[in-house]
Design a protein around this ligand. Structure first.
Ligand SMILES: [Zn+2]
Length: 489
C-alpha cells in the first residue's frame, strides 16, 4: 500500500515486537485506517497512521501475558440472524450488521430515551436533553416483535438511555418485555430516581434487575467523573434495593488515578449485600459527549484491574481466575465467578472461592457459552458434580475444600432437586444468591477501535426494522448521527 512507509510511529523504536494487523479509525477524522498491534516493555499498543492526521498510538493492555492468554480462548462463530446490510463502505461503516459479522446478538441494548438528569464528564454516549426522544410503546412493541422472530432464545434485554427512569412509561415497557418472553430484564440507571420507594417496589414486582452506576465513595471523585455529588442518594437507593431484594449489579466506570483504588471497596460492597450479584467494571472509554474530552492520563486497561483485585484480596482472586466471554471477542470481557461459601457473609479476605479453583478455566469459559451471564442449566449441574468428584480426589488443591464441598452439594440439591426440575428463573434466583460475579467490560473508543473486536460483538442496539448495530460502533460512529440522540447547536 502506498502509505506503508510512514505508517510506523514505532519505527524508530528498536525494542517493539510486531504482533498483528487490524483496521482501526483515525481518532481525528474517524476514517478507517490500517493499524498494527505491537508489544513494547511488556505492554500492548495499537499504532496507526492517517494520511491527513499523521501517526498515533494508544495503550491497549498493560500486560502482553494477559493479552495472549485472552486470545487463547477461542469460541465458535455464530452467524447473525435477521437482515444483513450489504457491504458497501466496509467495516465498520455498514453495521446493521453486515455480512462480515461473526456473532449473533446475545444482549439487545435499547436506549429508550435521550433525556438524562446528569451531564457526566465520562459519558461515552451522545444524548439530547432539549426536546428529548422517548420511545413510543408502539415502536417498542415492533422492536420486541422483531427480536422475538430473530432471536433463538429471549434471555436478556437491557434498558438504557439517557436515563431510562425518566421515561414516563418505563414500567409498562418493562412489562411488555416480560410478556414478550425475556427472562432477565436489566435497567441501567444512575439511581437518582430510585429514591422513590414506591418506584423501587414497582421495579421489584416486575423482577427488574437494576444496574446501578456507582463510581466512587468520595465526593470529589464523584464530581470529577459525574459532574455532581450523587453518593448520598445512591447509598439511600442501595438500602431500598436491599430492602426490596432487587437483584442489583454495581457498575463503575474506572479511571486510573481517580477511582481505580476504590475497586476493592466496590467489590466489598458486592460481597456484603445478598441482593447484589455482580460488579461490572468499565475501564473508561474516551468517546461520546463527555469521554472524548476526558484526560487521557486516566486510561486504564483490563490487566490493571486484575492486579488491583489480586492485591486487595491477597491472591484470593488473581488474573487467572478470569476468563473471556465466548459470546464476544476475547479482549472485550474478563469474567470471574465466585462461589459464596455457606456461613458468614463474605469479605475481601474470606468466604468465597473463584470457580476456577475447582473447575478448569476452559470449563468455566464453556459454561458461559449459552448466555452472557452464567445460567444454572443442566451442564452447570454436570460441571458442579465433576467439581465435587475432583475435590474428593484432590482436596489439597482447592482452598477451603470442605466448605466448598458442602456448599456445592447444598447448591446442587437446591438447584436440581431430586423431586423434579424447577423453573430456570427460580434456579437463576437461587444461583445469584450463592455466587458473585466480576465482569470487566472494556468498551472501545476511536483510539482503541479494533475491527476484529467489532466483528465478534454480541451487544447491539436493535431497531424496529430488525437491524442491530454493535454498541461500540454505535457509540463511536452512528449515535452522533442518529436524529433521536443527535445534539444540535
Ligand atoms: Zn484522519
Amino acid at each position: 500500500m502506498s502509505h506503508c512507509a510512514p505508517c510506523s510511529p514505532t519505527r524508530s523504536s528498536t525494542n517493539h515486537i510486531y504482533f498483528a494487523s487490524t483496521r482501526s479509525l483515525c481518532p481525528t477524522c474517524k476514517r478507517a485506517i490500517d493499524a498494527k498491534v505491537v508489544f513494547r516493555h511488556g505492554s500492548v499498543f495499537l499504532a496507526k497512521h492517517c494520511p491527513d492526521h499523521g501517526p498515533s498510538e494508544v495503550l491497549l493492555a498493560s500486560s502482553v501475558d494477559w493479552y495472549l492468554d485472552a486470545l487463547s480462548f477461542v469460541a465458535p462463530s455464530t452467524a447473525p440472524d435477521g437482515p444483513l446490510k450489504p457491504t458497501r463502505d466496509g467495516c465498520p461503516f455498514d453495521c446493521g450488521p453486515c455480512r462480515l459479522h461473526q456473532q449473533q446478538m446475545a444482549m439487545p441494548v435499547v436506549p429508550i430515551t435521550s433525556a438524562c438528569n446528569l451531564n457526566c464528564p465520562v459519558c461515552y454516549t451522545v444524548n439530547r436533553n432539549i426536546d428529548p426522544f422517548f420511545i413510543s410503546k408502539e415502536s417498542f412493541a415492533q422492536l420486541l416483535d422483531r427480536l422475538g422472530t430473530t432471536r433463538r432464545d429471549l434471555d436478556i434485554i437491557n434498558f438504557t438511555g439517557g436515563e431510562p427512569t425518566l421515561h414516563p412509561e418505563l414500567p409498562e415497557l418493562l412489562r411488555m418485555a416480560r410478556q414478550a418472553g425475556f427472562r432477565r430484564i436489566t435497567l441501567s440507571t444512575n439511581g437518582l430516581n430510585l429514591r422513590d420507594e414506591a418506584y423501587v417496589r414497582e421495579l421489584a414486582a416486575l423482577d427488574t434487575r437494576v444496574v446501578l452506576s456507582l463510581d466512587s465513595f468520595d465526593d470529589a471523585t464523584d464530581t470529577a467523573l459525574l459532574g455532581a455529588t450523587t453518593l448520598k442518594t445512591k447509598l439511600q437507593v442501595l438500602d431500598l434495593l436491599e430492602k426490596h431484594n432487587v437483584t442489583t449489579t454495581i457498575l463503575p466506570a474506572i479511571a486510573k488515578g481517580l477511582n481505580d483504588r476504590e475497586l476493592p471497596a466496590l467489590l466489598e460492597l458486592v460481597l456484603q449485600r445478598k441482593n447484589i450479584c455482580s460488579l461490572e467494571a468499565h475501564p473508561i472509554a474516551f468517546t461520546g459527549q463527555g469521554g472524548a474530552g476526558f484526560d487521557r492520563a486516566t486510561r486504564i486497561t483490563i490487566p490493571d484491574l486484575h492486579r488491583t483485585f489480586h492485591e486487595a484480596t491477597h491472591g484470593r482472586i488473581t488474573e487467572k481466575d478470569f476468563v473471556p466471554s465466548p459470546l464476544a471477542h476475547p479482549l472485550c470481557y474478563s469474567i470471574a465467578y465466585l462461589l459464596v461459601l455457606d456461613g458468614a457473609p463474605p469479605t475481601l479476605d474470606q468466604g468465597y472461592v473463584p470457580f476456577t479453583r475447582f473447575l478448569p478455566r476452559e470449563r468455566v469459559f464453556e459454561l458461559l457459552s449459552d448466555s452472557l451471564y452464567l445460567q444454572p442449566r443442566d451442564k452447570v449441574e454436570q460441571a458442579l458434580g465433576d467439581a465435587i468428584d475432583e475435590i474428593w480426589a484432590n482436596p489439597d488443591l482447592v482452598p477451603e475444600a470442605q466448605r466448598v464441598l458442602s456448599t456445592l452439594k447444598r447448591l446442587i440439591q437446591t438447584l436440581f432437586p431430586s423431586s423434579g426440575p424447577i423453573a430456570l428463573e427460580q434456579r437463576q434466583a437461587i444461583a445469584e444468591r450463592s455466587t458473585k460475579a466480576i465482569y470487566i467490560h472494556s468498551h472501545m473508543d476511536e483510539e482503541t477501535f479494533d475491527m476484529s473486536r467489532i466483528l465478534k460483538c454480541s451487544i447491539a442496539v436493535p431497531e424496529a426494522d430488525g437491524s442491530s448495530i454493535p454498541t461500540c460502533s454505535y457509540n463511536i460512529l452512528y449515535r452522533g448521527r442518529d436524529p433521536r440522540f443527535r445534539r444540535t447547536g
